[in-house]
Design a binder for this molecule. Structure first.
Ligand code: 5GP
Length: 174
């Protein structure tokens, strides 16, 4: 499984952006405890790097969703593979995703939280934002980089299960 990849965001650019995002979050939460929900598998690198720079008390939860299977386009249906969560009533909840594309996953998660809990606050953070492919009216509260309508891999994002381990984000060169 190999494809020729062009670097879109380097490791250094990603790490700098994470520090920028974390300082915005530190200012917003102002020392209040936060429950970070990492959406597996794609957000694993981003979420684990991001929390290192948060200075408030943090709890981490991991949930697993899937919408892509092994294709390059979203199926339009979100599958909750594992969404067991503790009681999040009265908690500051920060959902951390890898990329918002159609927005269906983000909408699913926000609706799920609001249906199941009375959270103190709910924020959505995505490393990448593909604004032009949006199908539902959702904007992340925080995002790292805007991307065009390209299929990107690396830094947690996969193609058919591969490339998650790359420290940078790349896309297939035509
Ligand atoms: P949405 O529900 O917003 O359409 O898609 C969200 C999910 O689709 C992401 O969490 C990610 O798993 C997957 N996804 C969307 N665009 C890309 C992409 O360019 N590359 C990869 N690897 N996954 C993507």
């Amino acid at each position: 499984m190999t494809m020729n990849l062009k670097v879109l965001y380097s490791e250094a650019e990603i790490q700098n952006k994470i520090k920028e995002l974390a300082s915005k979050m530190n200012a917003l939460y102002n020392g209040e405890e936060v429950t970070v929900i990492c959406v597996l598998k794609g957000a694993v690198m981003f979420a684990t790097d991001l929390v290192k720079f948060l200075d408030m008390p943090v709890q981490m939860e991991f949930i697993r969703l899937s919408s892509y299977g092994s294709s390059l386009t979203t199926s339009g249906k979100v599958n909750a593979v594992d969404i067991k969560l503790p009681d999040l009533n009265n908690k500051n909840v920060l959902i951390v995703e890898d990329i918002v594309d159609t927005g269906l996953t983000a909408k699913f998660l926000i609706d799920f939280m609001n249906m199941n809990f009375h959270v103190k606050s709910l924020k959505f953070c995505s490393l990448l934002d593909k604004k032009i492919t949006r199908k539902v009216d959702i904007e992340p509260d925080f995002y790292g980089f805007e991307v065009d309508d390209k299929f990107v891999v690396g830094y947690g994002l996969d193609y058919d299960g591969y490339y998650r381990n790359l420290p940078y984000i790349g896309y297939k060169e035509n």
